[in-house]
Ligand binder design. Structure first.
Ligand SMILES: *Cc1c(COP(=O)(O)O)cnc(C)c1O
Length: 366
């Protein structure tokens, strides 16, 4: 079977976990500190703070950015639900704006129209591993001192004009969930150059605690364990190799699938590098099969394709309750009907890629 994701766990990860086990100190400790140091170095930031999920990372970063009751945070309707839920957890209001269809990322022209005096942060996502139009967003954010928090959960190693995702805004959030480009099973990291964010996030992840039994504010238990950090430290060393393999697989898929009527291939926009967390095509009406039929037929051939995402966020009840309805974000809604992500992960063999290409070509020819 050709899976949609398949983490690579080497002897290095296993040895590192064993070392932590043998040390007898499993909770947040020196391995977490080591991960924070190497993660910041990798992204080119001064600081990184580790937590136990990407969701917690977004929650902590928004908290550190000062997002509170009644504030507005502008984000995209086309992402994983964990992009938007932390805004609600803080009592703030998610303000959605539609995506730009080529990149699937938030459309800056629409962000411009959505900014109000209550806008305190922009939360763009680098969807599928391609950086969003960050320069345009920075220009829009400047006048109102609006913070930019990157949802870089899918974009470790991606670059915008030579700068790494993670170092493009005020803070950036990463996920180490099992299917991400690098992983530790569960885990999250925030990168930033703002030392006051670091203080706020370190308190936030530990019950709002500043010193032993001094609780300054509401906090959570968002600590990462040293076991997870040990895996992530080893994975981070391999991030560039994994991403290079994903890029090579994407190149082969592009080569094999180009020119098929009714299929459009992912585009990498100028000035950025893509890390292909997902390799996402669109299946149009002039393809002989519908998107869902194509996914089902591929599955019959043991090729697992994914739909990220089958519904835009405003179709979920607790988001629709904010006053959104079908038709509000036509590009996100169209993407949800058309997208299909093909396997692109670094464990794929050349034969796997050929099998994917030949299967789709076969369906294209009826
Ligand atoms: C994975 C992901 C998250 C959440 O990460 P978890 O580690 O699963 O909590 C948030 N946003 C995006 C875009 C993601 O892909």
């Amino acid at each position: 079977m050709i899976k949609i994701a398949d983490p690579i766990i080497g002897s290095e990860e296993i040895a590192a976990v064993n070392q932590v086990l043998e040390s007898g100190m499993l909770a947040q400790g020196p391995k977490v500190a080591e991960l924070e140091e190497s993660f910041a170095k990798y992204c080119g930031t001064q600081f990184a703070v580790a937590v136990n999920s990407g969701t917690a990372a977004i929650h902590a970063a928004l908290h550190a950015a000062g997002i509170r009751d009644g504030d507005e945070v502008i984000t995209t309707p086309y992402s994983f639900i964990a992009t938007i839920n932390p805004i609600l957890m803080l009592g703030a209001k998610p303000v959605l704006v539609d995506i730009e269809p080529q990149s699937f990322n938030i459309n800056p022209a629409l962000v411009a129209k959505a900014i109000t005096p209550k806008t305190k942060a922009l939360l763009p996502v680098h969807l599928y591993g391609q950086p969003c139009d960050i320069d345009e967003l920075i220009e829009l954010a400047k006048p109102g001192n609006i913070k930019i928090i990157e949802d870089a959960c899918q974009a470790i190693g991606a670059e915008y004009k030579g700068e790494k995702a993670g170092n493009l805004g005020d803070a950036a959030c990463f996920s180490l969930y099992a299917t991400k480009n690098i992983m530790s099973g569960e885990g999250g990291v925030v990168t930033t150059n703002n030392e006051s964010f670091v203080t706020a996030m370190k308190q936030f992840r530990q019950h709002g605690m500043s010193a032993q039994y001094e609780y300054l504010d509401l906090g959570y238990n968002y600590r990462m364990t040293d076991l997870h950090a040990a895996i992530a430290v080893e994975q981070l060393k391999k991030a560039d190799d994994f991403n290079a393999k994903r890029n090579e697989n994407a190149r082969l898929l592009n080569q094999g699938l180009s020119g098929i009527k009714g299929i459009s291939l992912p585009a990498t926009l100028d000035g950025r590098s893509h890390v292909y967390h997902q390799y996402t095509i669109r299946v149009h009406e002039d393809f002989p099969l519908t998107r869902d039929e194509l996914a089902a037929k591929l599955k019959e051939q043991d090729i697992i394709a994914g739909i990220y995402y089958p519904k835009p966020l405003h179709f979920y009840k607790h988001i629709a309750a904010l006053g959104y309805k079908e038709g509000d974000f036509p590009e996100a809604e169209k993407a949800a009907r058309e997208v299909l992500s093909l396997p692109v992960h670094p464990k794929l063999t050349a034969e796997d890629i050929t099998a994917i290409v030949e299967a789709i070509k076969g369906f294209a020819n009826g």
